[in-house]
Write a protein that binds this ligand. Structure first.
Ligand SMILES: *Cc1c(COP(=O)(O)O)cnc(C)c1O
Length: 314
């Protein structure tokens, strides 16, 4: 997958307006622009999984996720691009109308298999694929969200790329966390630059546990920073009035699109922390745009930009 590696080195960094982050020199790395379809942190988590699938001679890649999973979307697009058949095991019954994300996945050629929530809960067990009724011949399995060691190595690769391509010496790199895998991989790759995770759901304890686990698995002796908690805004995929006001304000001062589930909370956290003086004055902070823009169709139905772009590409 050398083309994804090349693209990672070419991802632009942008300086954000001073008025948004008083006293802080804020930048954003636009991994949403990594590739038109396989973008953000999910692309990095897939990178070494794709390499490994190819090495093993697999023809088909199987994974699982929910109806709005950025990971399902990225794998379906990657399968089409790099010549793998793909199967997505989706939590819950097949709805009458597929989500926009799953419609894309089908258009990319992914076979969708809907399973009951009871069966889905057993996705970590070794017989899971068999129980879903999928033949395991010449197949490669990627766990939900790309959460395996190859996924962590991909995030580590991203951290390393940041140290090599940073336009200025950053004091901190901030990123949104769901499970914490990307945080630990990026921290491992950054080595001495601290990575600060902003949880998008109230799951600090599990993120610390996951981050510790992945840092140990990668065999690196770096420690993780305290999380920047308190910007969950009501929980996963929820938006509260403060976040919504901030998004409106951000849209007026910057032309950078954010997704409401992850990156909106990330940028809101730095905005709020810099306003209450919690960040060392004059520090250089890099925000990581981890993608996810295709998911905006689930939360902001009026936003048709992405639908149009996808429509032109597919
Ligand atoms: C999945 C995702 C994350 C969170 O990644 P974790 O490794 O689970 O912490 C962040 N941003 C976007 C856009 C994502 O899709």
């Amino acid at each position: 997958m050398p083309e994804l590696e090349r693209a990672a080195r070419a991802v632009p960094y942008q300086r954000l307006p001073d008025t948004l982050f008083p006293g802080v020199e804020a930048w954003i790395r636009r991994d949403d622009l990594l590739d038109p379809l396989i973008s953000g942190n999910k692309a990095y988590k897939l990178l070494f999984n794709l390499v490994e699938a190819r090495r093993q001679g697999a023809e088909k890649i199987i994974t699982c996720g929910g109806a709005w999973s950025n990971h399902i979307h990225a794998l379906a697009a990657a399968g089409r691009r790099f010549g793998f058949a793909t199967v997505g095991i989706i939590r819950g019954e097949r709805p009458a109308q597929l989500s926009a994300m799953l419609q894309d996945a089908e258009r990319f050629g992914m076979e969708l298999r809907f399973v009951s929530r009871d069966l889905y809960r057993r996705r970590g067990e070794s017989e899971f694929i068999e129980q879903v009724g999928i033949e395991m011949n010449r197949t490669y399995f990627v766990p939900e969200g790309g959460a395996n060691l190859a996924g962590a190595r991909g995030a580590q690769f991203l951290g390393r790329i940041i140290t090599e391509t940073a336009p200025t010496p950053f004091d901190q790199v901030w990123l949104a966390c769901g499970t914490g895998l990307t945080l630990s991989g990026v921290q491992a790759g950054l080595a001495v630059i601290p990575a600060v995770g902003v949880p998008v759901l109230k799951a600090g304890r599990s993120i610390y546990a996951q981050a510790g686990h992945w840092l140990r698995s990668l065999g690196v002796a770096v420690k993780h920073e305290p999380l920047c908690e308190g910007y969950e805004c009501g929980g996963y995929a929820r938006i509260n009035p403060e976040l919504s006001r901030f998004l409106h304000h951000f849209k007026q001062t910057s032309s950078i699109p954010l997704d409401p589930v992850y990156t909106a909370k990330l940028v809101f956290a730095l905005y709020s922390e810099s306003r209450i003086g919690k960040i060392t004055i004059q520090s250089k902070v890099l925000l990581l745009h981890s993608g996810g823009l295709q998911g905006r169709r689930g939360l902001l139905p009026a936003d048709n930009d992405i639908r149009d772009t996808l429509g032109q590409i597919i």
